[in-house]
Design a binder for this molecule. Structure first.
Ligand SMILES: Nc1ncnc2c1ncn2[C@@H]1O[C@H](COP(=O)(O)OP(=O)(O)OP(=O)(O)O)[C@@H](O)[C@H]1O
Length: 282
């Protein structure tokens, strides 16, 4: 996946830092040949454990396999030398969906429906191509210059085998599905659960299952007692709550698929265009 870096590195001018993740630092960069700006994730190999290497490999492989899709962060290039790996990505705004929810509080239903529709388009594409993302959370949702949603961070992605399931605890406490915590085999429906939790967080301003520590959050997820506190949810429509119940269903066999969620009436009637949504944003 990664090509030799000797020539490639010269093609990019590394500019200011945009953010830091578990494995590397993301910089804005300028591509001299195309005269375009991108984001470059630089990862130092000496800090990586074996499992980390698998994530870095998977991230680049999954993104190239899924590209191009309007709601999946586009990978432009990937190269490595003895010391580091570099992934060049389409440039997005620095604020993730998490920053937006933290800054604005609960979103309006049309705004949340528009964002969920774009997220589900990305998730349905992954599943149709035989991949589960397995770490869908607001921190991994970016926006391009035109405010189009871009699903990123495919380091935990896994291939869906014909008729087989996945196992292994991956994901982030607030958003992880109960079957993952239970250590059971699971399938791509884990991404629908996480997307449903994101929808709840967009409408309420806080996630549906929480606690003081990771074990407490896991207990709350396992109970899967979905509540709609009237202070917040009395003004939320019945179709929005219906979709939440269908996505955040404890039993994966009763949980709707991403494809079915895209055809839910709340999505079909509630979503505005990205252009209209831009007017809501500061
Ligand atoms: N394509 C991009 N355009 C603009 N900013 C980006 C881009 N990709 C990442 N960033 C910024 O860099 C930060 C770190 O990204 P990175 O993917 O390394 O880590 P992460 O999403 O926090 O995931 P993890 O640590 O789980 O790998 C992001 O939170 C975001 O602010």
């Amino acid at each position: 996946m990664y090509r030799e870096a000797a020539v490639k590195k010269e093609e990019y001018q590394v500019l200011e830092e945009l953010g830091r993740g578990r494995f590397g630092t993301v910089f804005r960069c300028f591509h001299r040949t195309s005269n375009k700006f991108y984001a470059a994730k630089l990862i130092e190999k000496r800090r990586l454990l074996n499992e980390d290497r698998r994530c870095i490999e998977m991230e680049a492989k999954a993104m190239s396999f899924l590209s191009p899709h309007p709601n999946i962060l586009q990978i432009m290039d990937a190269f490595e030398d003895a010391d580091s790996c570099s992934i060049v990505l389409e440039l997005c705004q620095p604020h993730t969906l998490l920053d937006r929810i933290a800054a604005q509080g609960p979103l309006t239903e049309p705004h949340a429906a528009s964002l969920l529709k774009q997220l589900l388009e990305a998730v349905a594409h992954c599943h149709a191509q035989g991949l589960a993302h397995r770490d869908i959370k607001p921190e991994n949702i970016l926006f391009d210059e035109g405010n189009k949603l871009k699903l990123s961070d495919f380091g935990s992605a896994e291939w869906l085998g014909e008729g087989s399931s996945m196992s292994g605890v991956v994901g982030t406490p607030y958003y992880v599905a109960p079957e993952v915590i239970m250590g059971r085999e699971y399938d791509e429906k884990v991404d629908v659960w996480s997307s449903g939790v994101i929808l709840y967080a967009m409408l309420a301003g806080f996630p549906p299952f929480y606690g003081e520590s990771a074990p407490e959050i896991f207990e709350s997820v396992l109970r899967a007692n979905l509540r709609f506190p009237s202070l917040i949810f009395s003004s939320v429509s019945a179709p929005a709550k219906d979709l939440l119940r269908k996505m955040i269903s404890r039993d994966p066999s009763n949980r709707i698929s991403a494809h079915q969620a895209l055809r839910h009436p709340w999505i079909l009637t509630g979503a505005l265009t990205t252009a209209t949504i831009s007017n809501f944003l500061t």
